[in-house]
Design a protein. Structure first.
Length: 421
């Protein structure tokens, strides 16, 4: 009897271990099946479900909504190629696609009612233009799928009524209006988009600044381009990166911020498919910060400053507002700033107020800046599950969400891409 009891107990232990192992293996799959894949609103409720067998959208890679539409990407096989290629389309907030088929190689976000698209040289193109005309050039379309202007070799998005375009038969850039009419006769080697009535242009290898009438505010004399204006200031980064000059709309230097070139930092990259900066630990082998992760713009009256390898914030009079004490920080949005401090585990991200007080400590391995009064961040790089936080740093919605993104136009995408049967 004693031997039977021992055998029974051992059997129970083995069975328990087997069941535990099975649960550990199956649980992630069950969780994945129950997870949302689509867009949530600011109550945390899924309002657009892309995870359905019947939907043509169940394999889409969405971005974020801009101008009422979200760019989506889907893999398609090309007969002449052995691998899949991602093609683009647009989706409205009901889940309806703007085009019936995917044949756009690239698609930009809608801006001022127009979007730049680059298409395949194919007769099945959704704009119903002959293949001989397409030649994979850029065109601007409206929300009725009508071509408004083009073709161009390259383009910038519309901003303040104008877009920089590089005509197909030219090496120079010009600015056009919504109908494709040339705004002024000047031609440039390179341009940036207009912001607050100013655009940076290059002539003869030197950069200057023009207004919307094409008049020079700052003659072409700079070795580097002028950054975008924000709150009346635009940054000019010194070529050796030892300082950043901030100029006003009149082209005069208003403020100089001394900076030290960052070296040896780790684990930073920009998520280019969605709004808001994403910073994240990736791998110990990655030892450089992505250039796009740096932000010199003025935001909410403050700029990032640096001293002895530490970062803080200063105002537009050169006064220190938050003493440099972080390993890096990003511009304020919604009155909160994303900051980064290195530690023995590689570094963590947190959020501060303009007083320098933390509303969330440096505890996150992945994080986005605040957008539309919400932040989204994760403490576990292995699972890619995120939580949303309100302006007080309190957790929202009562749950973690997979691969969550920032809010834009009231909606945020959540979900990991999976092929559903």
């Amino acid at each position: 009897m004693e031997g039977n009891e021992k055998f029974f107990l051992i059997s129970l232990v083995i069975l328990g271990l087997v069941l535990t192992g099975c649960i550990a293996v199956i649980a992630p799959f069950i969780r994945s099946e129950l997870d949302p894949y689509g867009f949530i609103d600011k109550r945390g409720i899924q309002v657009l479900n892309l995870k359905t067998k019947e939907s043509a959208l169940n394999d889409l890679l969405p971005t974020s909504f801009t101008g009422g539409y979200c760019r989506v990407f889907i893999p398609r096989k090309i007969a002449s190629e052995s691998c899949e290629r991602y093609f683009a389309n647009y989706m409205d907030q009901s889940g309806a696609l703007l085009f019936k088929n995917f044949s756009m190689l690239e698609a930009r976000e809608f801006s001022e009612g127009l979007a730049a698209v680059r298409t395949l040289e194919d007769d099945s193109h959704p704009l119903n233009m002959p293949a001989s005309v397409l030649n994979t050039c850029w065109r601007f379309i409206d929300k009725n799928r009508a071509v408004q202007c083009g073709p161009y070799k390259n383009v910038l998005d519309f901003s303040e009524g104008l877009a920089g375009v590089n005509p197909s038969n030219s090496k120079t850039w010009q600015f056009v209006d919504h109908r494709g009419k040339i705004a002024f006769p000047l031609k440039f080697e390179s341009v940036t988009a207009f912001k607050e009535g100013r655009a940076s242009v290059r002539i003869g290898g030197k950069w200057g600044l023009i207004d919307r009438a094409g008049r020079f505010v700052l003659p072409p004399q700079l070795p580097v381009k002028v950054g975008s204006f924000n709150e009346g200031f635009a940054p000019i980064i010194n070529p050796d990166k030892k300082y950043v000059d901030y100029i006003g709309r009149d082209g005069a230097i208003k403020l100089r911020i001394e900076r030290t070139k960052v070296a040896g930092k780790k684990f930073i990259y920009l998520d280019s498919l969605c709004h808001g900066l994403r910073v994240c630990e990736t791998s110990p082998e990655q030892t450089n910060w992505a250039p796009e992760a740096f932000e010199e713009k003025v935001s909410e009256g403050l700029v990032v400053i640096e001293a002895n390898g530490k970062y803080g914030f200063g105002d537009l009079n050169g006064k220190i507002v938050i003493a440099p004490c972080f390993d890096y920080c990003w511009p304020f949005s919604c009155g909160r700033a994303l900051v980064y401090n290195e530690n023995n585990f590689g570094g963590r991200f947190g959020y501060i107020l303009k007083t320098g007080e933390f509303i969330r400590p440096c505890e996150f391995v992945k994080a986005y800046s605040y957008s539309e009064d919400f932040a989204v961040a994760s403490t576990d790089w292995r699972t890619d599950y995120f939580k949303y936080f309100d302006l007080n740093g309190r957790e929202c919605f009562g749950r973690e969400l997979p691969a969550a993104k920032p809010f834009h136009e009231g909606l945020a995408f959540v979900g990991k891409r999976t092929i559903w049967p």
